[in-house]
Design a protein around this ligand. Sequence first.
Ligand SMILES: *Cc1c(COP(=O)(O)O)cnc(C)c1O
Length: 399
Amino acid sequence: MNTPLRVPYHRPSIGPEEIESVIETLRSGWLTTGIRTAQFEKEFREYVNAPYAQAVNSCTSGLHLVLAALGIGPGDEVITTPLTFCATVNVILHVGATPVLADVRSDGNVDPESIARRITPRTRAIIPVHLAGLPCDLEAIGLLAEEHGLYVIEDCAHAIGAQYGGRPIGCGIAPCSTAAVFSFYATKNLTTGEGGMITTGDEHLAAKLKTLCLHGISKNAWNRYSDRGSWFYEVLEPGFKYNLTDIQSSLGLHQLRKLDGFTERRREIAAAYGKLLAGCEELELPPDRNDVRHAWHLYTVRLNLDQLTIDRAEFLAMLQEAGIGTSVHFIPIPLHPAYAAWATRPENACPAAMALYPRLMSLPLFPAMTDEQVEYVAKTVKHLTQEHCTMRCLAAAQV
Ligand SMILES: *Cc1c(COP(=O)(O)O)cnc(C)c1O
């Protein structure tokens, strides 16, 4: 029997507006992609200030669609980060290309200097991940892309609401971004249960994504042959079934309108954690930068393991015991059996990511968290660090 946690790791903020809107869509008789998805695409495009937006049924399918639309395939190499969800790497494998791992900086984001060392004549694209909602060094990545003629496909699963260089992440400005792909999975900052969005500034790519998203049936084919009757269609190239439904989009429209409020609350909670955990030498607080706007998707602390008598797994188990849900972002790609054969080769070596991994611990952070819950989590974490602190043990032994 599972008793509910005192502080769950996540709880989505679904209000009466979302619920009413979904019911309205169900009553409308139009369930799949239609006017609500078109409206969601329009409002999303305006929110991130991008010329084009294509709704998809997940971030994973969006990343796959972009790689396919760009013609990336066998013989091509795509550079990404080891500190990501498996989806980022799976899509590269699904198009038949070769994933190449670049190491990370101390903030957990991919290191442009490591990317530069991984570029070969076969490299076609870079997939940076804005880990936890903290933007990557897009300027440096953009310079590399320009110099070597590479595409940049941003994995923005954590980054809706983030800003870089005073602009929203996903605004579609090349060479820093060929396309940006967002996730609306249940735990993400904006959710449709499952869903995603691709934004781009490239008109040709946008048209290709639209066709490939729905079996490769061209809208032009409809128009061209409409005189034959509404039953007629032609498949111009074999595509995918990656469209977002109007049920999901009606949810997303309301989530998007609330997003700035959600982000503000996330920032408040992160600041409260920062204050409450300050001075706790057994852990390092999550990185932030003044020149960007952090989306605060995750609040990932780093344990100073040399100052603790317990490891991360024991720490997580104790938090669970205290009724606090936690997570780890992420298990590095080389540690998964499915990838080990290629990902552990020297050319993919990522010592910084591997050293960071055992220290990573994501605490609950969601807009519906109460101040009392934030204080309880911080108090419990602080208490555990003090109780299992090496220095204190040494000091106590000396008395
Ligand atoms: C959640 C996540 C994805 C996958 O998103 P889906 O919408 O579930 O497909 C991809 N990359 C990262 C970094 C993620 O956290």
